[in-house]
Design a protein around this ligand. Structure first.
Ligand SMILES: NC(=[NH2+])NCCC[C@H](N)C(=O)O
Length: 403
């Protein structure tokens, strides 16, 4: 593996983006059918080749702005060349209790014989019953009884949303713990990458995939030392407590703003209703803006997080950030357009620097508003990518940003 000297870390949402981790959608999306797409958290069946084109254009737009693009599967494959990482990856994926002894033994052989590239493929695209049944013979109990299309190893179509499975806070990387069963395995892979890839050897990890649920889409680095975390369908109050404890203990933040959000699909993460586009500007879903509140949490005795009474989100955020006003740019142009564009991830922008953000082209109303407010918008196509309900912010994990 190459020698790496880069330093990683981020202390805001808008510092000049230097390095980002993406996942180019691949064979795992081919696994989606109308029968499993709900469970696998997709709202439709994407046209995979077009989704790849859209994603390549997204990656290119980032490279054009001098952002280094790392791909999750490339980092993973590099790790899987090391025997120890390989062993951990295989052991972890085989703990699934649905496999049974015979099948587990067979899969262990198959995965052990795989090249690092093949192993990455198995771990991300999964393995279906009908793909191994012949190898085991017609008298194997578990494979005979499971339906053809049962996944022995689940595919991970939501790997596309690299935002959720890890998040950098200053020079530490938080391995998150994803709430939905369809996404549990993703963080086994990010944990493996950050633990075993030499590029990240110098960085301490916080949280972990076996802890209380925290998803990266809920975490917003409002300013150095000020972290907001949404609590709703994904991140739990206990997850927010774990995050607060760890960022306080590590001296990574002095305030954590806990922001309750509605527990529904349209607002699954805080970044579906609010993202930052400048040091003091957010693009926000107006239909929730006036009701969104935040509980400021600060370190108390013995590192125990102490919570203040809730305040309107924008007020609490400005206070914690020590600025006069956190300005709000509304999604859409009227409540109806706002609702449509919020659903299509109009709020979900990725800032490459202050006042420079990537957004889906389809959200005309929101993009016009952003430009009126002086934000340069890099528009990308997302008709297929969007079927997983995620925009440019969800599809990117910033690994290095300027202070
Ligand atoms: N940060 C985000 N908003 N991520 C979007 C994730 C979408 C994904 N299909 C899920 O339901 O989990």
């Amino acid at each position: 593996m190459a020698a790496y000297s880069q330093t990683s870390g981020a202390d805001s949402e808008v510092g000049r983006l230097r390095t980002v981790m993406l996942h180019r959608p691949g064979p795992e999306l081919q696994r989606l059918t109308p029968r499993n797409n709900d469970r696998l958290l997709f709202d439709g069946i994407p046209w995979v080749a077009r989704a790849q084109d859209e994603h390549d254009a997204f990656a290119q737009a980032l490279r054009d702005r001098d952002v280094e693009v790392l791909y999750l599967t490339e980092l993973l494959t590099e790790c899987l060349r090391e025997p120890e990482a390989r062993q951990i990856a295989i052991d972890t994926v085989l703990t699934d209790l649905d496999l049974g002894e015979t099948l587990r033994g067979y899969l262990r052989g198959l995965l052990t014989d795989a090249t690092p590239e093949e192993l990455t493929l198995h771990l991300t695209a999964g393995i279906r019953n009908d793909e191994v049944r012949d190898g085991l013979g017609s008298r194997e109990l578990v494979t005979s009884l499971l339906p053809d299309d049962a996944f022995l190893i689940d595919p991970l179509p939501n790997l596309l949303f690299t935002r959720d499975s890890s998040v950098w806070i200053r020079d530490r990387v938080a391995i998150t713990s994803l709430a939905m069963p369809a996404r549990h395995r993703e963080t086994q892979l990010t944990e493996l990458i950050y633990r075993h890839h030499p590029r990240f050897a110098a960085h301490e990890r916080i949280l972990g995939h076996h802890f209380e649920h925290v998803e990266g889409g809920d975490v917003l680095l409002l300013a150095p030392g000020v972290v907001a975390v949404g609590v709703g369908e994904r991140t739990t109050p206990a997850g927010a407590e774990r995050l607060a404890r760890q960022v306080f203990a590590g001296g990574l933040a002095s305030t954590v703003l806990v922001v309750p959000i509605a527990q529904e699909r349209a607002t699954m993460h805080l970044d579906t209703v609010c993202t930052m586009v400048d040091v003091d500007k957010v693009v926000m879903y107006p239909n929730v803006a006036h009701t969104l509140t935040a509980y400021a949490v600060t370190p108390g005795e013995d590192g125990r997080p102490e919570v203040a009474a809730p305040e309107p989100f924008l007020v609490a955020a400005a206070k914690a950030m020590q600025i006069d006003t956190l300005h709000q740019i509304d999604t859409g142009l009227d409540p109806l357009t706002a609702e449509r564009e919020q659903w299509d991830d109009g709020n979900n922008t990725l800032a490459l620097a202050p006042r420079l953000a990537v957004a889906y082209e389809r959200n005309d109303g929101t993009n016009a508003r952003l430009e009126e407010a002086g934000i340069e918008v890099i528009r990308i196509a997302g008709s297929e990518l969007g079927s997983g309900r995620g925009g440019p912010r969800c599809m990117s994990c910033p690994i290095a940003r300027d202070a």
